[in-house]
Design a protein around this ligand. Structure first.
Ligand SMILES: [Zn+2]
Length: 134
């Protein structure tokens, strides 16, 4: 049968009780930190809205905003509308589009390195059509 641990109820010394309280606070602090890291991880990888700087192959730089999970999922498929006479542009979903060679992102209203990143799309328009046309 389970017995209560009476040793902990009555401290042998006044400071002993403080040690238990400190141990509880340490434990609570660790638990709270674990939750905070999990929430931060979800925010950084799935929720945050980012400002984009999209460097097109023809040299034009465009700005945009989107959700980080959408960006990570779709960055290979981005084709940005460009001029009709642009030598790098292709017909993409019925409009003239250029592929980005580099996408830099940063969380909106933040200038901290932990919220920044770069993505380099590597596949061509032909490969996009082949892979995603279904
Ligand atoms: Zn272009």
């Amino acid at each position: 049968m389970i017995q209560p641990q009476i040793d902990y109820l009555i401290p042998k010394h006044p400071y002993e009780n403080i040690c238990y309280i400190i141990d509880d606070i340490k434990f609570l602090n660790k638990e709270i930190n674990d939750v905070v890291y999990k929430v931060q991880d979800i925010i950084l990888n799935e929720i945050m809205i980012v400002d984009l700087k999209i460097y097109l192959e023809c040299g034009i730089v465009v700005s945009d905003k989107c959700n980080i999970s959408f960006l990570k999922e779709m960055h290979e498929r981005i084709g940005y509308p460009c001029n009709k006479d642009c030598t790098y542009s292709n017909d993409y979903n019925g409009s003239n589009a250029c592929k980005p060679k580099l996408i830099k992102y940063c969380r909106i209203y933040e200038d901290n390195d932990k919220y920044k990143g770069e993505l380099k799309p590597s596949i061509t328009f032909e490969e996009i059509k082949k892979i995603y046309s279904d």
